[in-house]
Design a protein around this ligand. Structure first.
Ligand code: ADP
Ligand code: TRP
Length: 320
C-alpha cells in the first residue's frame, strides 16, 4: 500500500501540523510505503517572497527529518525537484470541471481572508491531484480541512481514466477523527492564520510563554473543573500516556488544582516529548552536506516513479 502526504513549507510548524499530519505520517512508515514531500509549489499560492520560500523549504526538510521521516524507508523529496508534476497538472486541468473547483471551501476561505484570488490559488486542488496521482497513491492521510481536496483528486482520476483509459490509482483520504482539529491557545483551531499556535521547535522560554498564555475561564483554583472543557487538558492528553492523562483529569475534577499548575505540567510534557527531535534537528543543522545528499537521493527515487506514470499519460493524451 502506498501512502502519500505533502506538507507546505510555511515557516514554523506547530503542534496542530504535528498531530494532524506529521505524526500520523511518521507512524505510517511502519504500515506501508510512505511517499512524503515538501509542497513548495503549493506555497507559491500564498507566499510571494523567493528568499523566504527557499528558507522555509530548507527548514521544512530539517523539521520532517528531525520528527521521524526516514529517507531510507520512505521516498522523501521536495515537490519542485520533480517538475514533471507541473506537466501532469496541465493534463489534469483539461479534465477538471470549473464547478468542481468552485465548490472547494479552502479557496473560498482563502479569498475571504484576502489572499489574492489568482488562478494558482483556484487550481490548487489540481496540482494536489497531480501530486497524488503521479505517484499512484492508495491512501492520503490529511487533516479534515484537506479531505475535500483528496475527493477532488478522486474525481479527476476517475474522469481521466474514463476519458483516456485506466492509468491512475483511485486514492482514498485517511482522517484520524479524534485528532482532526487540534485547538490553539485561544481554543479555536490551531492555525498560523489565527496566531494561536504552539511551535514545536521554539526555544524553551518562548514555548513556556506560549503555554502560559493559553486562555482559561475564571473558575477559582479550589473549584472542581471539567477537563473536557479545557484546552490545556485537550492538548495534554494528546501527548500523555492514558494513565498520566487520567491523573490530570482527576486533579481537574477534584478541585484545588489551578490552571497555572496544569499549564506547567503541559509545558514539561511537551518539552520532554520533543527533546529527541530537537537533538536530531540540531545535529542536522550542523551537517548540511548530509541534508543535501538526502534531498538529491529523494529526488532521484521520486522522479523514477513519476516518469513511469507520466510516460503513460503522455501516450494516452497523444503528445508523444
Ligand atoms: P495552518 O492552518 O497553520 O496554516 P496548514 O494549513 O499549513 O496549517 O496545515 C498543514 C497540515 O497540518 C494540514 O494537513 C492540516 O490538515 C494540518 N493541520 C493544521 N492545523 C491543524 C489543526 N489545528 N488540527 C489538525 N490538523 C491541523
Ligand atoms: N494541500 C496540503 C496542505 O495544505 C498539502 C499538500 C499538497 C498535499 N499536495 C498534497 C497533501 C498531496 C496530501 C497530498 O497541507
Amino acid at each position: 500500500m502506498r501512502i502519500l502526504s505533502g506538507i507546505k513549507p510555511s515557516g514554523t510548524i506547530h503542534i496542530g501540523n504535528y498531530l494532524g499530519m506529521i505524526r500520523p505520517m511518521v507512524e505510517s512508515q511502519s504500515r506501508g510505503e510512505l511517499f512524503c514531500f515538501i509542497a513548495n509549489l503549493h506555497s507559491l499560492t500564498t507566499l510571494f517572497d523567493g528568499k523566504k520560500m527557499a528558507e522555509y523549504t530548507r527548514e521544512a526538510i530539517l523539521d520532517l527529518l528531525a520528527l521521524g521521516i526516514d529517507p531510507e524507508r520512505s521516498v522523501f523529496w521536495v515537490q519542485s525537484d520533480v517538475p514533471e508534476v507541473a506537466e501532469l497538472t496541465w493534463y489534469l486541468n483539461n479534465v477538471t470541471a470549473v464547478g468542481l473547483l468552485e465548490r472547494c471551501h479552502a479557496y473560498k476561505d482563502a479569498v475571504a481572508r484576502n489572499i489574492p484570488a489568482t488562478n494558482g490559488l483556484f487550481s490548487y486542488p489540481v496540482l494536489m491531484a497531480a501530486d497524488i496521482l503521479l505517484y499512484q497513491s492508495h491512501r492520503v492521510p490529511v487533516g479534515r480541512d484537506q479531505k475535500q481536496h483528496v475527493e477532488v483528486a478522486r474525481d479527476i482520476a476517475i474522469r481521466f481514466n474514463n476519458t483516456y483509459g485506466k492509468v491512475f490509482t483511485i486514492p482514498e483520504p485517511e482522517i484520524t477523527e479524534e485528532l482532526a482539529v487540534i485547538p490553539g491557545i485561544d481554543g479555536q483551531k490551531m492555525s498560523k492564520s489565527y496566531g494561536n499556535t504552539i511551535e514545536i521547535f521554539a526555544p524553551e522560554n518562548v514555548l513556556k510563554k506560549k503555554i502560559m498564555s493559553i486562555v482559561t475561564d475564571p473558575t477559582p483554583v479550589e473549584a472542581s473543573k471539567d477537563p473536557d472543557k479545557s484546552v490545556i487538558y485537550a492538548l495534554y492528553q494528546l501527548f500523555a500516556s492514558p494513565a498520566r492523562a487520567k491523573e490530570m483529569a482527576d486533579r481537574f475534577r477534584a478541585g484545588g488544582y489551578g490552571y497555572g499548575d496544569a499549564k506547567k505540567e503541559l509545558f514539561a510534557m511537551l518539552w520532554e516529548y520533543f527533546r529527541p527531535h530537537r537533538d536530531k534537528r540540531e545535529a542536522l543543522v550542523k551537517n548540511p552536506g548530509i541534508v543535501d545528499e538526502i534531498r538529491k537521493k529523494g529526488e532521484a527515487k521520486a522522479r523514477a516513479i513519476a516518469m513511469k506514470t507520466l510516460e503513460r499519460v503522455r501516450e494516452l493524451v497523444g503528445v508523444k
